[in-house]
Write a protein that binds this ligand. Structure first.
Ligand SMILES: Nc1nc2c(c(=O)[nH]1)N[C@H]1C(S)=C(S)[C@@H](COP(=O)(O)O)O[C@H]1N2
Ligand SMILES: [Mo]
Length: 430
């Protein structure tokens, strides 16, 4: 507990206003013990075994950052916080419980909206400089419910293990995002016809991982990519301003795509006439160009793996409750509840097995919040006999993709979407 308290004692100045245009935290005032990723013994559950996954989340202390409820600390520098499992009982993830992931050392900790601008520049006829007020009043507002999931969500399941933040399943969240369609902004800026990509950059600065030469985080999308028609420059999250740690005042929302493209504290949109070859596009966040994005360590060593930038999220589903921590009584109904989502169109079916995948029953789907949202599901189950049951859940999306029992493996630890399993203990009701 001392650790949690110490870590949250950082000298922040979280004002949404203030004197300077942009306040920057230039150093995390954290304990030395957290200067690096937590090391030392860490129980590694066996996910290949029949059923059991005792650790749905990653294992770490709970810390409370400004504007946030206690979240699981994965790493301190850069800051990575995971959302505890129970928040996923509902379709929408509260802003204060939404996971956090940054790459660089220096994060914006305050933004003065009087001075802040979104600048649209590069290969276009009419560069734009917009205030937040311009975005809100001069453009039409659009809303989309969309899942934000880190590419490395569930990375701690990969075998053999891969480097990178060892996320459990909580590096994801769903929100109702409101803002301006990127298309509208690009149209107003009059793109030149030889433009190929559009690049996004936020206010964060500083040292990234080894090999990232620049001190900036930048991501780009192809101008021919249909996802641009869905993409929002969002100024509202679940009806409120975005928390600083989730990208205040505006962030990019790329529905269906992994969160690496969802650039936070977005301040520059740059239209490019050549493909972006910065570290975050050319080296990081790439997946094997194979079906399912899987490969093997041997093929990687042999230099055989051609890669492409990561893009859409494969279909996933989770059992959220009961969480397996307590025995449930036999002979009485229990509500199995959870969520499902896919970057390839909405969820059409969720199936649950209570016998380790031998038989499957179709779950009842909750309200449809749109094809990029979490979809809740539930199923009533009466376990007849005491014992240990292997509960598994799998979803199918609008394009017919379904989850499999095969492991996913690639060196980045991306795209994990294996069928989730959980042991459930059933005892005699007295
Ligand atoms: N400016 C900026 N935006 C960023 C990042 C970053 O490091 N800097 N990281 C990206 C990645 S990899 C993830 S997983 C998401 C995390 O979004 P969240 O912190 O709001 O949950 O932000 C994305 N946008
Ligand atoms: Mo990420």
């Amino acid at each position: 507990m001392t650790i949690a308290r110490e870590v949250s004692r950082r000298s922040f100045l979280w004002t949404l206003g203030g004197s300077g245009a942009i306040g920057l935290v230039d150093k995390w005032d954290a304990l030395d013990a957290f200067a690096q990723e937590p090391s030392g013994p860490r129980h590694v559950p066996d996910f290949t075994g029949p059923g059991a996954n005792p650790y749905w989340n990653s294992v770490g202390p709970l810390v409370t950052e400004p504007q946030k409820s206690p979240l699981i600390l994965l790493t301190d520098r850069p800051v990575q916080l995971e959302t505890p499992r129970h928040y996923f009982l509902n379709a929408f993830t509260p802003n204060d419980a939404f996971y956090v992931r940054w790459h660089l050392e220096t994060l914006p900790n305050s933004v003065d909206l009087k001075e802040w601008r979104l600048r649209i520049k590069g290969n276009l006829g009419k560069p734009l400089t917009l205030t937040l007020d311009n975005l809100v009043t001069k453009f039409k507002a659009s809303s989309t419910a969309a899942v934000n999931q880190c590419s490395g969500n569930s990375r701690s399941r990969l075998q053999p293990r891969v480097p990178g933040g060892q996320w459990g399943n909580g590096a994801m969240g769903n929100a109702l995002w409101t803002g301006v369609k990127l298309r509208e902004i690009l149209d107003a800026a009059d793109l030149k016809s030889d433009s190929v990509q559009v690049q996004f950059e936020g206010l964060d600065r500083g040292k990234g991982p080894e090999g990232s030469a620049s001190n900036r985080f930048m991501k780009s999308l192809d101008l021919t990519d249909p996802v641009l028609d869905e993409t929002l420059v969002a100024y509202s999250m679940n009806g409120e301003p975005l928390p600083m740690l989730n990208g205040f005042p505006v962030r990019l929302v790329v529905p269906g795509y992994f969160a690496t493209y969802w650039v936070k504290s977005l301040s520059w949109i740059r239209v490019l006439d050549k493909p972006d070859d910065n570290f975050w596009m050319k080296t990081a966040y790439r997946i094997p160009d194979t079906p399912g994005g899987s490969t093997t360590p041997d093929d990687v060593k042999a230099g055989k793996v051609k890669t492409v930038p990561i893009a859409k999220m494969p279909v996933r589903s989770f059992l959220i409750s009961p969480d397996g921590s307590t025995k449930i009584p036999s002979g009485l109904p229990v509500r199995l509840r959870g969520i499902a989502f896919s970057g390839y169109g909405g969820i059409t079916r969720v199936e649950v097995s209570v016998d380790d995948g031998a038989g499957w029953r179709t779950a009842h789907l909750g309200g449809d919040e749109g094809k990029f949202s979490f979809r809740t599901w539930e199923l009533s189950w009466i376990p007849q006999r005491p014992g240990t049951y292997g509960v598994a859940v799998r979803a199918t999306d609008g394009e017919g993709h379904t989850q499999k029992d095969e492991m996913v493996w690639n060196p980045g630890g991306y795209l994990w979407n294996r069928i989730e399993r959980q042991e459930m203990m059933v005892g005699a009701a007295d």
